[in-house]
Design a protein around this ligand. Sequence first.
Ligand code: BG6
Length: 471
Amino acid sequence: MEYHNYAGFPKDFLWGGSTSAYQVEGAYNEDGKGLSVQDTKAVTPGTSDFKVASDHYHRYKEDIALFAEMGFKAYRFSVAWTRIIPNGVGEVNQKGIEFYSNLIDECIKYEIEPIVTMYHFDLPDALNQKGGWSNPETSEAFIEYARVLFENLGHKVNYWLTINEQNMMILHGAAIGTVNEKVSNVKQDLYQQNHYMLLAQAKVMKMCHDLCPQAKIGPAPNISEVYPESADPRDFIAAQNLNAIRNWLYLDVAVYGRYNPIALAYLKDRGYAPEITEEDLDVFKAGKPDFIAFNYYNTSTAAHSSFSDAVVGPEDGDQQIELGEKGVYKAVYNQFLERTNFNWEVDPVGFRATLRSVYERYGLPIIITENGLGEFDELTADHQVHDQYRIDYLKDEIAEMKLALSDGVEVFGFCPWSAIDLVSTHSGVKKRYGFIYVDRDEFDLKELKRYKKDSFAWYQQVIATDGENLS
Ligand code: BG6
């Protein structure tokens, strides 16, 4: 839709950036930290592990000063569960509490709002050894961990995020490390894990409201609008299928307290449905989010599929786009979209579409907790990084977010991935996302010095002009 008058970003809009603990902190075994699944899982061959990452643990003051110089109003980071409770349950590590307390104080010193993710892919390995999320004890452990966070840090945090990209953990469990190899029905087990996580999330949201009345809390899935490949009505049904299974299943439980009917029909028919009791539904109803946070990188495109299809995945076999599933949908590339050097589709208009869908459906304020471009950046001899491609990418995304504001969508913050370079989940150090370059290679740590990229000054100006000047 075009308008005669367009909305601008509100003055109190939370411009910021995001990171996650295991990808940025390093110090993987320091000051009492226990090991998480990210420390113990095999890394993609040829890429760095997460042991040192960007050494944010030791350099957070320098990093936050740089964020403040950029004008950040918010910093979204995650707490490493294993710094707080090294074995997932039991003893609390005071050094871990101290670290995050100091990090939060450092943000507050610069009037940067800390936005804290409780759990970002880094389950304590000790819990993983006992079945991970397949074991309901993990949900109990997560709830206790949340209590420790609220009791120790709750007085100075206004925005909490529960679980990062729970939907990706379920849909791409093999890649993220949530698949329980010991069970016979892997998918049923994943959806049972999902159910336990949803229950834990609802209890934690309720606990947040009880213990920290000034704070707000929400889930942080990865949401992407699904297009039908064509106007063939059967493609439209395929797109609805994927939307239900990929997106709405997770948010419908969080917001409406019930399973999405299309997703549930699919789970039951395929034998993947979790056990859902009346008490579970009461738990869902008692713990509701105050806002929706979501990560957006691109949209998905789906075509009709039947049980007899031989192939349902993308033609090049690349799993960066959806996997496809017989009788549900075929995953296809969108012929109208370009792709990055890492084969991710680029779709700023789809960002507006996704914002509109989420807001129309749930009516809750939205914050974007990830969005960004992973690229091969180059540090020149005079320590510059000319990342015009990142500026172009973000400029288009922000412009579409602004249009979504004119559409009436309530967006209150934007924290692109990533505030500073960190180790990519699957592609190591070479795939960089930050406004600040961290000088290290895949295996040579060098001095880990920080250099401002061209996008640093650009984002500084975007923030200074409340999103008016994107050029
Ligand atoms: C999101 C995750 O899925 O995407 C981040 O929350 C991740 O942890 C980001 O790093 C980008 O993905 P990748 O694979 O390029 O690092």
